[in-house]
Write a protein that binds this ligand. Structure first.
Ligand SMILES: [Zn+2]
Length: 357
């Protein structure tokens, strides 16, 4: 097993995060990646820097107008000249444009206004996604880690781990949200599709993988399954419900398994077994596991109650599928817990360490 990570993924250092009307300290800290790297080193798993693929692996995942916006927003924002107001150091929206949000309509037209203020409202869906000077580069390199891991898994490597930070699964085709800018899990799935006819994304983060669902919602060639806390009272609120099953040619290729808040290992693993049955029926040729640890009972934003044994069980179930698998790191914000959680997952995935090389 190999792991992929670029030092440039540490450059993104958000300064603020709006929660319940209060500016809070950010939770997506670079120290999250350090904790996960410590676990990989302790298990003897080699970490490679991914090649710089540029934007090309994202062509099937994000719209060009959105990528242009993300790449240039910070410089354009800082260059703004407004009488009496100096632009802040991070790009954040002060507009919320109307959009009907219908999942069966995956494409919006590009923002009709050339203003960076208007585009910031259009492309950033919430106040957890500030764009700093290095955000684009960190997010882009995070997707490169996922793409390199996909190539490794597809090339007969079995399992590959992408230490993605910032995370990606809330990023829609043309919208950032929930600490996510570019969708690494979707980029990995898209890359696997180059050599496999059917791919599945299984998302076990505490939050619904809304961006991944939206990107593939009309497609039968990528199944998306998400096990998560009931979105009625939890981010991302607007999607993640059981009735969302895909649309058009993608009908039946999306499965949401929302869990009551307070659910522990037993309920989570029961839902995971349902996910495994759906996967078996779909018979994918490769898997992307969107792996979050914000399901942990002591995570600062968790409403689920998983303990470390759950991650071991998730690893064992994924290994039992016997598929080329890209493990993409998503959330998990208790820095001292995510390293041990990854270790437990890897134990379950590969109890003998035989696939370590
Ligand atoms: Zn999450």
């Amino acid at each position: 097993m190999k792991a992929f990570f670029s030092e440039e993924q540490l450059l993104h250092t958000p300064r603020q995060f709006m929660r319940l009307g209060r500016i809070c300290a950010p939770t997506d800290l670079p120290s999250r990646a350090e904790s996960l790297r410590g676990t990989l080193a302790a298990r003897g798993i080699a970490v490679e820097t991914p090649p710089d693929y540029g934007r090309s692996p994202l062509a099937d995942v994000h719209s060009p107008d959105y990528l242009d916006y993300l790449e240039n927003a910070h410089a354009r924002w800082r260059a703004l000249e407004m009488p009496g107001v100096e632009p802040g150091e991070e790009v954040l929206p002060n507009l919320s444009p109307y959009h009907n949000g219908r999942v069966e309509q995956p494409r919006r037209s590009p923002c009709p206004s050339p203003s960076v203020v208007a585009q910031t409202g259009y492309y950033l869906s919430d106040l957890s996604c500030p764009i700093g000077p290095h955000t684009w580069r960190s997010a882009l390199r995070s997707t490169h880690s996922a793409v390199a891991a996909a190539d490794h898994a597809a090339g007969g490597g079995g399992f590959a781990y992408a230490l993605c930070r910032p995370s990606g699964h809330h990023a829609h085709r043309d919208r950032a949200g929930g600490f996510c800018y570019l969708n690494s899990s979707a980029a990995a799935a898209s890359r696997l599709r180059q050599t496999r006819s059917r791919v599945a994304v299984l998302d076990v983060d505490a939050h619904h993988g809304d961006g991944t669902q939206q990107i593939f919602y009309l497609r039968p060639d990528v199944m998306t399954i998400s096990v998560h806390a009931d979105p009625a009272g939890y981010y991302p609120f607007y999607t993640g419900y059981a009735h969302e099953r895909g649309h058009g040619a993608g009908e039946g290729c999306n499965l949401n398994l929302p869990l009551p808040h307070g659910s522990g290992n037993a309920a989570f693993l029961q839902a995971l077994d349902q996910a495994m049955a759906a996967l078996a029926a779909y018979a994918p040729e490769a898997l992307v596991l969107a792996l979050g640890f914000d399901t942990y009972k002591d995570d600062p934003i968790s409403v689920l109650r998983l303990d470390m044994d759950a991650y071991r069980q998730i690893g064992a179930r994924v290994a039992a599928l016997g598929l080329p698998t890209v493990i993409v790191q998503e959330g998990g914000y208790m820095v001292q817990a995510i390293g041990p959680a990854l270790d437990a997952f890897l134990q379950g995935l590969d109890p003998t360490g035989a696939r370590r090389a």
